[in-house]
Design a protein around this ligand. Sequence first.
Ligand code: NAD
Ligand code: DAU
Length: 352
Amino acid sequence: MKRSILITGGAGFIGSHVVRLFVTKYPDYHIINLDKLTYAGNLANLKDIEDAPNYTFVRADICDFDTVCSLFEQYAIDGVIHLAAESHVDRSIKDPFTFARTNVLGTLSLLQAAKHHWNGNWQGKRFYHISTDEVYGALQFDGSLFHETTKYDPHSPYSASKASSDHFVRAFHDTYGMPALVTNCSNNYGPYQFPEKLIPLFINNIRHGKPLPVYGKGENVRDWLYVVDHARAIDTIFHNGKDGETYNIGGFNEWKNIDIVKVLIKTVDRLLGNAPGTSDHLITYVTDRPGHDLRYAIDSTKLKTELGWEPSLQFEEGIEKTVRWYLDHHEWMDNITSGEYEKYYDDMYKNR
Ligand code: NAD
Ligand code: DAU
């Protein structure tokens, strides 16, 4: 095998797309997917590649330093793509400790293990940390954008924990010379997203005629990127990015929440054969998320100019594909909402 790459959080939403891309595109790389399988991890996301000869799944916690060190040793890891995290803002408001533990201490555990194993021999090594645009705080409705140089100003426990992990990665680069880089991406959408996040939750609720809880007035703006385009960006940056750099990744695709909700209603109703307007009454304005960031918008010009990446899908096309995917794969969703999916690991791996 040419390379041995540890991908963390590969059973989650974005991680599963990254694992799939690397396993299929690089048959001469050994891809080791390290995932704890929290409520957000689902091995059904990787069913199509689970038997690939260049793929290994390991159930472990990134905070378990001894296990992480032994994996570096056992698989002679030379590259890390780190996605494992607690990722949902609403959960971080209720349980910030879990976010500090996984996102901060877990990242530190991986960095220490990499430093220990690579032992100053940085040749051919790379630690790539996946982060979020939420570390930059919130923008007003003034056309401004987040740049790589924008000052960090996190507001939620989630974004504070991600900001802290970003600082640790940069500290390992600056202090020890570790070949490391960070990317900050905007909101992703697409297949396999856990249905606590806006788009899959609302598609599923429309399907079942359940209320759509819009926070506040639905005026908040997010910049949406199709998840496969994020995975493509990660591939480009892992191979061609420069150590010590930060790259912003975004879709140049700003939408008010309420407008997204209307697009989802229209698309789901059309694809289910319902008359236009059937599900409009499901929109339900609820109490706003505390500390709710008003607007995110990413400037990813640097990534386009320096590495040639840009989104491949227009939003209209991406959202149509996404809604179709969730409707066509309703068993995937039903397995999650029924809790069945959490048994998948036991059934598949316990007796091997
Ligand atoms: P997700 O919640 O869908 O998946 C997270 C994965 O990490 C799960 O498989 C979970 O089991 C695993 N995990 C959690 N704690 C772990 C631990 N202690 N040890 C090992 N594995 C653990 O998340 P996602 O939306 O795919 O996000 C992936 C990464 O991308 C995160 O770092 C997130 O901050 C970042 N990000 C997400 C978005 C987005 O829109 N979803 C945008 C920008 C950046
Ligand atoms: O910007 C990148 C971030 O995008 C990632 O770092 C996070 O991991 C990811 O979860 C996402 O964070 P958001 O908080 O923007 O995503 P969420 O899907 O939770 O919410 C999107 C918007 O929709 C936000 O303004 C809150 C609103 N919302 C969300 C839910 C779940 C609602 O109005 N109602 C809801 O029920």
